[in-house]
Design a protein around this ligand. Structure first.
Ligand code: ADP
Ligand code: MG
Length: 399
């Protein structure tokens, strides 16, 4: 669904009889990238249009319209749509009901031009904030054990530190391994299974009710305890979930599964950046090489993927330069090996940063956060050595 009309302009819908001058509206909205307001004759028709096209703004008469429940339901589902309600009297019950249904602004009609302009300006200011796209980072590795979950959790912690309380969501899509429940020692009441069970109505409200706030300021969505439940999350439902998360959080970090199940594919698609986790050993690099092939075949541009070498040490048998030659791409970030910090943090059910704040891994994660969110540069670039010159490269030669 697009938030723009065919002409690339934003869409405003108004129900006839809402009591607001179409001319005043068009004059205001036209300057702000809107197409001429589309008039609909009933609230039922408004709901039908809202289902088909994502409107940025809807103006609806309230009080005695009969279809409030339907409209309220649709508005709740319509991430990114804001509503102005109108009525001929400022009856307290009507205003309260309107606010409860998610209508952000109330106008007594007939309203004069100044009132309409003021109300529209206020809601558009809100809409400017909510239309800022949150970033989605999908952490992926084609096999387990390379540190996907460790990177996902600690990255979400660092982004939360930078962005304030509950601005970041960590979502665990894994169906094998310990997952965030064990890693962070949490036992949330709800999880992805609850989302899968209500896949036909994935909206802000459902997502908010399912997410568990971690005391460190990260909103956590745990994997389904019943593996079958996670599998019922279709590509479409997963994509809807990521849309909602994008609206709700400045950053969503996805700890994705290692196989290409529907939710994994959806998570890769939705990602602004894919963090491909690898290590400097033959088996990890081989699987990373395959993953890069798959990501290429999925049509993603090379700059969508960031390659992270995890558990890097000076004693690695394969150097970064060797790895770059094999992958035919630069390694974007190296995260040092810190076995004690990681295992102690997991044993204690804490984020690495909390348990071992001075670990070099913490510095590495901070550099990764900067790289992803587009600020500071990272490791000095290392030259790519052609694969042919490396003896072990033959091990990776078969595509
Ligand atoms: N940078 C690191 N240094 C040391 N140990 C690490 C590092 N990253 C991950 N580990 C450890 O490696 C193991 C696998 O990590 P995990 O994040 O669970 O991998 P995955 O989710 O890819 O299966 C865990 O025991 C974890 O503590
Ligand atoms: Mg994992």
């Amino acid at each position: 669904m697009t938030s723009l009309t065919a002409t690339g302009k934003r869409l405003a819908l108004m129900v006839q009889g809402a009591g607001v001058s179409e001319n005043v509206l068009n004059e205001m909205l036209g300057q702000r990238g809107f197409a001429p307001v589309v008039m609909v004759s009933t609230v039922t028709e408004l709901v039908t249009r809202m289902r088909a096209l994502q409107a940025t703004l809807v103006i609806v008469p309230i009080g005695g319209i009969g279809s409030e429940a339907l409209f309220e339901q649709e508005l709740r589902k319509s991430v990114g749509t804001i509503a102005i309600g109108t009525a001929t009297t400022k009856d307290a019950d009507i205003v309260l009901a309107a606010m409860r249904s998610g209508i952000l602004e109330f106008l007594v009609t007939p309203a004069d031009g100044a009132d309409v302009r003021a109300a529209v300006s206020r809601v558009l200011a809100l809409c400017a904030v909510s239309s800022e796209r949150g970033q989605i980072y999908t952490i992926y590795a084609a096999k387990g054990g390379l540190g996907t979950s460790t990177v996902a959790a600690s990255l979400s912690w660092e982004l939360a530190r930078r962005n304030g309380h509950q601005g970041v969501c960590l979502i665990d899509l894994t169906t094998t391994g310990a997952g965030v429940r064990v890693m962070l020692d949490i036992n949330p009441m709800y999880d992805l299974g609850n989302i899968a069970a209500r896949a036909e109505r994935i909206d802000r409200e459902l997502v908010r009710s399912v997410i568990a706030p971690h005391p460190d300021g990260i909103a956590v969505l745990a994997a389904a305890e019943e593996v079958d439940a996670a599998e019922t999350l279709s590509m479409d439902s997963a994509s809807r979930l990521f849309d909602v998360l994008r609206q709700e959080y400045a950053y969503t970090v996805i700890d994705s599964d290692h196989h290409f199940a529907d939710p994994t594919l959806s998570a890769l698609d939705a990602a602004d950046k894919i963090v491909l986790v690898t290590q400097l050993d033959v088996s990890a690099l081989r699987s990373t090489q395959r993953s890069l092939g798959v990501l290429g075949r999925l049509g993603y541009s090379a700059d969508k993927t960031v390659i992270v070498v995890n558990r890097h040490t000076d004693r690695d048998r394969i150097s970064v330069v060797d790895a770059e030659a094999v992958l035919r791409r630069p390694i974007d970030c190296r995260l040092p090996n810190d076995y004690l910090a990681c295992s102690d943090a997991t044993t204690n059910g804490q984020f690495v940063q909390r348990f071992a704040p001075t670990s070099p891994l913490v510095t590495g994660i901070s550099a990764l956060a900067s790289l992803l969110s587009g600020s500071a540069a990272l490791d000095a670039p290392t030259p790519v050595v052609p694969a042919e010159k490396r003896g072990f490269a033959r091990m990776f030669a078969r595509k």
